[in-house]
Design a protein around this ligand. Structure first.
Ligand code: ADP
Ligand code: ADP
Length: 229
């Protein structure tokens, strides 16, 4: 059994007279510790899929098994617990609290869970040992994104979901962020899913799931993923 198993997943929206299938009959599997990129153009269903995986939205039908639990049948209350305890989020914009230092930003989210990881250790793991007491405005975009990764990881999520994590960064810094995510995935056997429209990112992953018009059109397994650059 795979860590994540998606079967016949459907999410439709009513748009005027029409029903739009933003996620249409999707099927795929993800293993624990896998580094996965979900790639597709605008409108292909990436955000809708990410929202379903992260418990921010409810499927119309189908199953999303995470370690055997079908989150597609969770109540809103169960979804809220799932979001808080099982999912780490990384966004395009880092959403750090400006008047807290890097370490304080990570500690704040760490306090929300029972036995989170040490914030200093997590900031070291993303290469920010020398920036613990800097404020967001004193950090580069790439450094701020690394703080947000440490913040997402300190609650030991089952799943790290990253929505266009390199979208606001130049390509070199973006490549660095992808390699940080890769290292974390392998060091901690952390399942990581990156959603992006940037095809240059694809070869860095263990698995690339390509979407078009709400459907999975290709699943590519990279035996030897390449670092970016
Ligand atoms: P992507 O993230 O790849 O750009 P989305 O998941 O945002 O794609 O959208 C997939 C499709 O679903 C698009 O056709 C979009 O217009 C439609 N869609 C997404 N959200 C809504 C919504 N809230 N209401 C109506 N249609 C939506
Ligand atoms: P224990 O053996 O005490 O249960 P864990 O298995 O929780 O420890 O973690 C072992 C080490 O790996 C810890 O030092 C922790 O910081 C790190 N670690 C575990 N899970 C994650 C994760 N999801 N993200 C980052 N670090 C993790």
């Amino acid at each position: 059994k795979s860590f994540i198993q998606i079967n016949n997943l459907l999410r439709t929206y009513q748009v005027g007279e029409n029903e739009v299938a933003a996620v249409n009959s999707m099927e795929f599997e993800i293993e624990q510790g896998e580094f996965v990129v979900i790639l597709g153009p605008s409108g292909s269903g990436k955000s809708t899929l990410l929202n379903l995986l992260g418990g921010m939205d409810q499927a119309t039908s189908g199953t999303i098994l995470i370690e055997g639990n079908n989150i597609a049948q969770y109540s809103l209350e169960e979804l809220s617990r799932y979001r808080r305890s099982d999912i780490g989020f990384v966004f395009q914009f880092y959403n750090l609290i400006p008047n807290l230092t890097a370490k304080e930003n990570v500690d704040l989210s760490r306090k929300l869970c029972k036995d989170g990881l040490d914030s200093t250790e997590m900031l070291e793991a993303v290469g920010l040992a020398k920036r613990l007491h800097h404020f967001p405005a004193e950090l580069s975009g790439g450094e701020q994104q690394r703080v947000s990764i440490a913040r997402a990881l300190c609650k030991k999520p089952k799943l790290l979901l990253c929505d266009e994590p390199t979208g606001a960064l130049d390509s070199n810094t973006g490549a660095l962020i992808m390699s940080v995510l890769w290292d974390i995935s392998k060091k901690y056997n952390q399942t990581v899913i990156v959603v992006t429209h940037n095809a240059a990112i694809a070869d860095t992953a263990n698995k690339v799931i390509r979407l078009k018009d709400g459907k999975v059109i290709d699943i590519q397994i990279n035996e030897n993923p390449l670092p970016m650059n």
